[in-house]
Design a protein. Structure first.
Length: 152
C-alpha cells in the first residue's frame, strides 16, 4: 500500500488546487487568486504552499491575492524569513501587485504573517485585515481611480 505524502493534492487543475494545508482558487470571472490556509503550518507546508502560490499566480495571470489565514491556529515563524527574502520577491516576479492578508485570531500567527512580508525592497502593496469582507472589497476596488486614498 502506498502511503500519501502530507502534500498530496486532493484536487489539482489549472485554476484550482487543494491539499490538507492549502487551497488555491483562480476563478475565471475574477482577477483575484483566493488562497486559504488550514491548520498548523511549518517550514515545509509554508514552502510547499508558497511555491504553489507562485505557480498559480503566474499560470493564471493574476496580480491580486486574497490570502486567508483565519484557520491557522498558531505560529509558523520558522518560515517567516524564507517568506520575506525568497517567496515575496518571487511572487512579485510572478506578477503580484496587491495582497490582502486576512489574519488569524492567533497572535502568534499574526506575528508570523507580518514578519513574512517585512521586506524593505517589496514592490507590491500588502495590507492586513481582520475582516475577510474588507480585504475582498479592497482587492476588488484597489486599482479603481481614487480608491487607494481611502483608509482601511
Amino acid at each position: 500500500m502506498v502511503q500519501k505524502t502530507i502534500f498530496e493534492a486532493e484536487i489539482r487543475t489549472k485554476s484550482y488546487y487543494k491539499d490538507k494545508h492549502i487551497s488555491i482558487s483562480c476563478p475565471a470571472e475574477s482577477d483575484i487568486m483566493h488562497v486559504e490556509w488550514t491548520g498548523y503550518q511549518d517550514m515545509y507546508s509554508v514552502k510547499h504552499g508558497g511555491k504553489l502560490m507562485i505557480e498559480y499566480l503566474q499560470k493564471n495571470k493574476r496580480n491580486k491575492v486574497f490570502n486567508d489565514n483565519r484557520l491557522v491556529p498558531g505560529t509558523w515563524s520558522e518560515a517567516s524569513d524564507w517568506a520575506s527574502s525568497i517567496w515575496l520577491p518571487l511572487m512579485e516576479m510572478a506578477g503580484l501587485k496587491f495582497f490582502a492578508w486576512i489574519l488569524s485570531s492567533s497572535a502568534f500567527s499574526q506575528l508570523s504573517a507580518k514578519k513574512s512580508v517585512a521586506n524593505e525592497h517589496k514592490q507590491s502593496e500588502i495590507l492586513f485585515f481582520d475582516s475577510a469582507e474588507e480585504g475582498l472589497k479592497w482587492l476588488e476596488n484597489v486599482d479603481l481611480p481614487g480608491y487607494k486614498e481611502q483608509s482601511f
